[in-house]
Design a protein around this ligand. Structure first.
Ligand code: CA
Length: 234
């Protein structure tokens, strides 16, 4: 049987927190509620979670600060951000601060449960080693998927959660064409709000890390009108 997933709900409006807890528990998740930002970080230090549902507006420490704080030591822990602000700018800020996904309030419960399921599924997939290897080498570069650490052209660095997911998909399908739609579905989990341009931006970032000449990529090549292809031995 699959292990019970443990979710930290960070929400100061108690009726909403209770509703989330009730419904997530009914889906079979274990739920802990923190009602301010500092309490959330305290919970993170003391317990192990699979996902955090994080409200943006919180007493003591706001959601953005909580997310940034977590990202300082863990680039991969899944965060679903909730916010009453729903402008495109707020969404971008939330995702920039390290949220994996973003949902505007008021949201529909089935939508939230779907996002939760999607994020957990993506991370379950991510945690599977590629051909039994946690460490993947190509050229003089390497990626340690267990820690998110990598070595690129300018030395060692930490991949963000999404960058690691993109690389994982490209590498697990090395030598094959991976379409933008494949990347959107596997890495972002939904395609309604994320544009294919987002994928291209991530590829550009990854080329800066791993390609000596990002304009003339050796490993992550463009396949015209189709997508991208990873060639580790080129
Ligand atoms: Ca709030």
């Amino acid at each position: 049987m699959a292990q019970t997933k443990k979710i930290l709900v960070v929400e100061d409006e108690s009726h909403l927190a209770k509703g989330l807890q009730f419904n997530l528990e009914r889906e079979g998740y274990e739920v802990v509620v923190a009602d301010d930002g500092k309490a959330a970080l305290q919970c993170m230090r003391e317990q192990t979670f699979d996902l955090m549902i994080l409200d943006l507006m919180l007493p003591k420490m706001g959601g953005l600060e909580v997310a940034k704080n977590i990202r300082e030591t863990d680039t991969r822990f899944p965060i679903l951000m909730l916010s009453a602000k729903s402008t495109e700018e707020d969404r971008a800020t939330g995702l920039e601060a390290g949220a994996d996904d973003y949902l505007a309030k008021p949201f529909h419960l089935p939508e939230l449960l779907l996002r939760v399921k999607g994020i957990l599924r993506r991370w379950e997939w991510y945690k599977q080693p590629i051909q039994g290897q946690e460490n993947f080498h190509f050229g003089k570069m390497w990626i340690d998927f267990a820690t998110g650490k990598a070595k690129g052209c300018s030395g060692e660095f930490l991949l963000t959660a999404k960058e690691a997911l993109v690389m994982k998909l490209l590498i697990s399908k090395k030598g094959e064409v991976v379409t933008r739609e494949d990347l959107l579905e596997t890495v972002w989990g939904y395609d309604r709000e994320t544009e294919t341009r987002t994928v291209d931006n991530f590829i550009a970032r990854l080329r800066k890390h791993f390609e000596k000449k990002p304009q003339k990529p050796q490993f992550i090549v463009t396949v015209r009108e189709k997508g991208y292809q990873f060639n580790p031995d080129s």
